[in-house]
Every structure is written in structure tokens, then in C-alpha cells.
Design a protein around this ligand. Structure first.
Ligand code: ATR
Length: 277
């Protein structure tokens, strides 16, 4: 918190109209009766640094950064946390009192917190994890799975070299599986994560064969529109424990809100309802 009477925060992206973050933070500000505001800001890449340097002078205590600026922001920030460096992207900025801009990545935290809440018995070491996709979201997922003790991660991506690149960075716990074998890979997995955009409303259909899903496996989909995806429905039918992706969005917002507004917010039924409304 700073000396400003009304702390301001927000989310910067391009485009930004679709973002659920203003509704989420607005709900928490209201729930906890806190002074403050959280606004969406549509900023082009060329203007990003100017905007970021100006916001603290206007009473902003920090912002979330979303697509397409999550990588570029690392060069603008004065301090970057180790996990943001490891993931190669930041989503949360804190404007410090000394003027320094601090960049962190809370996606991995949000991913793990969501799994823990949605599947309380989940153990990262229970068996291999299978991760579909090797984009930005997969980097956060793989980094956080390793961080909490996953021993083996099978990684499959349509464009295999991207999965190989992740393996090169994250090491021997990661095993690359060819995309055509992604369905077979699931047979061995105690944790299954879809980080691709497959199955998203308006996007390409999720076509990975799902008959290999193991009873009791914990299955989560980062796609949250629709909330119940084809993967989650198939996992339910196979006797898996399913966790939808909306919770990751909610949990990744917790550390930023706490730093900016001084209260650690709960992710509860009312939070979900407020965002879905
Ligand atoms: P994000 O930051 O959300 O991970 P991204 O970096 O654009 O977004 O990554 C999108 C992921 O979805 C990638 O793994 C991508 O596979 P490629 O690396 O082969 O592009 C995956 N993806 C998107 N459309 C896909 C499709 N039609 N079939 C298979 N994978 C797809």
C-alpha cells in the first residue's frame, strides 16, 4: 500500500474488453469494504513503457499484465522475480514506494492453488503428470508442477520442437511425447492438464482421444469458456476428479490484490458467481 488515499490498480492488455479481472477485483473490493478501484486499460505495445512509468504518478499501486504484453514487460520492469524469469513472462506488477517496478508471475501459484482447492486429495507426486500444450501457459504449469514436487511430466504439443525447448529448460523430469501419441500418454497420468486453446468456445475442437484417462486421476483444463469442456466431461465419465480452469484465473489474482489493497481475498462460491454473472 502507498500513501495514496484511494489505491488504484487495473489490468493492461490489447484488447482488454473480454477481461474478467475488473469484475473479480471489483467484487473483492466491495466484499471487504476497501477503498480502491481496478480498471481495464487497453494499451498498445508501443505505448506500454510510457504508460507503465506514468501510472505510479497517478496513484496506481500496481497492475496485472495480460496478452500480448506478458513477455515484453520483463524488459520494462526494474526487478523481476525468479519465477517470472523462469516462466519467461510476468502477469503482476507492484509499483514500489522507491519508484521501482517489480514484476512477478502468479500463474503457477494460481494453477496449483486451484488444483488444491478443487481436488483436496491431490498429490503432485502421486504419479506422472501429463501436460498438453507448450505455450506460455504450459511454461507456468510445468514450472509450478516441478516446484511442488512432481517427479515426472509427460509433455505433448502439436509443434514438437516447442515441447523439446521446454524440456531443454526444465530438465530431465520432462519427457516429450509426440502429439499423435497424446491420447496414449494419458493412460499413465495421475494428473492431466490441458494448456492448449483446444475446446475453447469459437476455437478448434479438442480431438485428443480420451479413452485412456485413468480412474481417480485429477484432470484440469485451463480453458474456462465453456466452463465444462469436452475434456472435463470425459474425465468425469471416466471417474476422474475434475477441476475447471476458472479457479486458476481467480487464484492467480490473489497475491496481487493482497499486495495492492492489503487484504488476502478468499476464492469462494461468491467470487465465482461474481465473475460468472
Ligand atoms: P498460451 O499462452 O495460452 O499457452 P500460446 O502460447 O499461444 O497460448 O499456446 C497455445 C497452445 O495451444 C500451444 O501449445 C498450441 O500448439 P502449437 O505450439 O503447436 O501452436 C496449442 N494449440 C493451439 N491451437 C491448436 C490446435 N488446433 N491443435 C493443437 N494444438 C493447438
Amino acid at each position: 500500500m502507498t500513501d495514496h488515499k484511494i489505491p488504484l490498480a487495473g489490468v493492461i492488455g490489447h484488447p482488454i474488453a473480454h477481461s474478467k479481472s475488473p469484475r473479480l477485483h471489483g467484487h473483492w473490493l466491495k466484499t471487504y469494504g476497501l477503498p480502491g478501484a481496478y480498471v481495464p486499460m487497453d494499451v498498445r505495445e508501443d505505448d506500454l513503457e510510457d504508460v507503465i512509468r506514468t501510472l505510479p504518478k497517478m496513484g496506481f499501486v500496481g497492475v496485472n499484465i495480460t496478452i500480448p504484453h506478458k513477455v515484453a514487460i520483463l524488459d520494462i520492469a526494474d526487478l523481476v522475480t525468479d519465477r517470472a524469469t523462469l516462466i519467461g513472462a510476468a502477469n503482476t506488477l507492484i509499483f514500489r514506494r522507491d519508484g521501482k517496478i517489480h514484476a512477478d508471475n502468479t500463474d503457477g501459484y494460481g494453477f496449483i492453488a486451484n488444483l488444491k482447492q478443487g481436488a483436496p486429495g491431490w498429490k503432485p507426486s502421486a504419479g506422472p503428470a501429463g501436460v498438453l500444450g507448450a505455450g506460455g501457459a504450459a511454461r507456468a504449469v510445468v514450472a509450478s508442477l516441478i516446484d511442488v514436487g512432481a517427479t515426472e511430466i509427460f509433455l505433448s504439443n502439436r509443434t514438437r520442437p516447442k515441447a523439446e525447448a521446454l524440456k531443454a529448460e526444465f530438465g530431465s523430469k520432462v519427457h516429450v511425447v509426440d502429439w499423435v501419441q497424446a491420447g496414449n500418454m494419458l493412460e499413465d497420468c495421475a494428473t492431466v492438464v490441458n494448456t492448449t486453446s483446444l475446446g475453447m468456445t469459437g476455437g478448434a475442437e479438442f480431438r485428443v482421444p480420451l479413452d485412456g484417462l485413468r480412474r481417480g486421476a485429477v484432470v484440469t483444463d485451463l480453458v474456462y469458456s465453456p466452463l465444462r469442456t469436452k475434456l472435463l466431461d470425459a474425465a468425469d465419465a471416466a471417474g476422474c476428479v475434475t477441476v475447471d480452469g476458472l479457479g486458476m484465473l481467480l487464484h492467480q489474482a490473489v497475491p496481487g490484490f493482497e499486495r495492492w489493497f492489503g487484504v488476502r481475498p478468499d476464492v469462494d462460491v461468491a467470487t465465482r458467481a461474481a465473475v460468472l454473472r
